[in-house]
Design a protein around this ligand. Sequence first.
Ligand code: FMN
Length: 227
Amino acid sequence: MADLEQMMRTTFACRSFSDEPLPDHELAAILDVARFAPSGGNRQGWQVIVVRNAERKSTLIDLSVPAIELYVAQRAAGENPWNTVDPSTVDPATVSVSPAATAWYRDLAQAPVFLVVALDLRVVASADRNLNRIGVISGASVYPFAQNILLAARDRGWAGALTTFIAAAEPDVQALLHLPSHIAVAALIPLGRPQKVLTKLTRKPVSEFTHLETFDGPKLDASNPHP
Ligand SMILES: Cc1cc2nc3c(=O)[nH]c(=O)nc-3n(C[C@H](O)[C@H](O)[C@H](O)COP(=O)(O)O)c2cc1C
């Protein structure tokens, strides 16, 4: 269990990769572990497209750029990018961002492999489908699998990053990768050998986000002797 804890504490978002190829047998080993992720009703609706072709990777990056530009512009305006609660002051039609501001994302194309993680909407129980807010439940049947990919990769000395900007261009991605319309695009994970292994991740302490009994109740305090 100590190893598991160490993996969970150090599975970082990797954005720079060596040019070492990631062979199919390694990829298969990673996915063979990741597939033990939970999903609603154990329907396992995930599909994975392995993209190594340089031109296809580059197209995937290009397709993501408008979404990233909006993200960068919203950040610059002091907003929480892409949130559906607070109205944005940024007009997507007139967003203009310097290429330097999105270079970090374009650099992901150096990864030897892109995994496009997709989800079969025919099998996903979207329990919040009738609520008057953005859906979050469908993702719960695919993102544990995506995180498992990162954990399994880390365990074998590889690394990646979970990215989602690509989803904004879903119809184009579906056309590019020959995905039927009921297969949603959930994530793009660049994967490869990390140039540098990070081990100190920045995260909020438990006491900042854990509330006892109600949202306005006291925060969880590890030093509290009760109950
Ligand atoms: C939903 C989601 C979308 C993300 N999108 C991107 C992305 O487009 N590009 C990127 O480099 N990282 C992306 N990340 C990675 C986050 O930036 C990363 O998890 C966070 O900064 C923590 O990084 P660390 O684990 O290295 O500390 C995304 C993560 C999540 C969960």
